[in-house]
Design a protein around this ligand. Sequence first.
Ligand code: NAD
Ligand code: TDX
Length: 334
Amino acid sequence: MRILVTGGAGFIGSNFVQLTRRTRPDVRITVLDKLTYAGSLASLAGVLDEVTFVEGDVADGALVDRLVADQDVVVHFAAESHNDNSLADPSPFVHTNVVGTFTVLEAVRRHDVRYHHISTDEVYGDLALDDPGKFTPDTAYNPSSPYSATKAGSDLLVRAWVRSFGVRATISNCSNNYGPRQHVEKFIPRQITNILDGQRPKLYGAGRNVRDWIHVDDHNTAVWAIIEAGRVGQTYLIGADGEADNRTVIETILELMGQPADAFDQVTDRAGHDLRYAIDARLVREELGWEPRFGDFLDGLAATIEWYRANEAWWRPMKAATEAKYALSQRIQS
Ligand code: NAD
Ligand code: TDX
């Protein structure tokens, strides 16, 4: 099988490439990545000479057409992925997430290539903290941020291209990922690397917002299950029943790193901050037989802390610029 992985130098895409090299050595991988601030060739260390790497933009129609023509499958991870950045400047989100997805869809349509679209549970908006429900594939779209609105737009393009043009596509909407090689702008790596730097973790507002955590390798084994056995036109929700509120996650990281559980700062809350995400993953479990292997969030967190401890050379180059950006908009509240 020949597969084009867009965004393969980012967090989830690079873990997908690494996992695929370990578990499916016969798959021939091409990575297309623009190497934005969020992409790094260092994330492909050890496999770079086993894949074809192309630096370029998913919204570059001629380039994407040429690459897609030679593939059996395209899995589209490339995106602008950070909510806080989308509040500061939505423009690259529209370009990459909407125009980029449109460009890839047109290429897979022309060449009749199987397409898998990577998306997020944030397209559904948020749930109340006391709502016993979870997101299902039938939940209505209700995105809150420019990031989630552009991801919702891209999902709807995929659905239309399936129905109107017969594109052979599947969609997955996954909950919050954690694990190695996640950019230090994101919640868990930011706190781990702050502590490693002798800085206090930063909690937005009261920190009662709930996220449904899944290890990145569990996300990617589900993506492979969908590529191999998913039904064209179907949306699959991926999650591992990992709900935790942000305050608890910060306290847990502090404890795992030998610090007092209250040694964090509360800072300016995110505008429009979604309260709770929760995934009902029964379809991918029951139809495709997928099961997460990182059942214990505590073990997964401990392993992730160890990865950042051991790989300072990977995250150090991005840390100061990330914190400088946050310092422009965030103030300590208590
Ligand atoms: P990331 O920001 O770590 O990586 C994105 C990658 O895309 C980077 O390598 C970047 O260089 C590349 N890229 C950005 N714009 C590009 C462009 N115009 N052309 C080509 N490449 C470009 O993101 P991530 O966290 O790995 O997320 C990957 C995908 O998974 C995204 O589609 C995101 O919406 C989705 N997702 C993420 C999560 C999560 O928790 N991180 C959860 C669910 C879904
Ligand atoms: O310093 C922080 N302090 C804090 O309290 C940061 C960076 C975040 N937070 C909070 C905001 C969220 O409630 O932690 C939670 C997680 O924040 P992010 O890591 O920014 O993730 P989130 O906004 O939930 O979105 C993530 O999951 C869905 C990914 O970034 C998206 O790409 C994915 O679609």
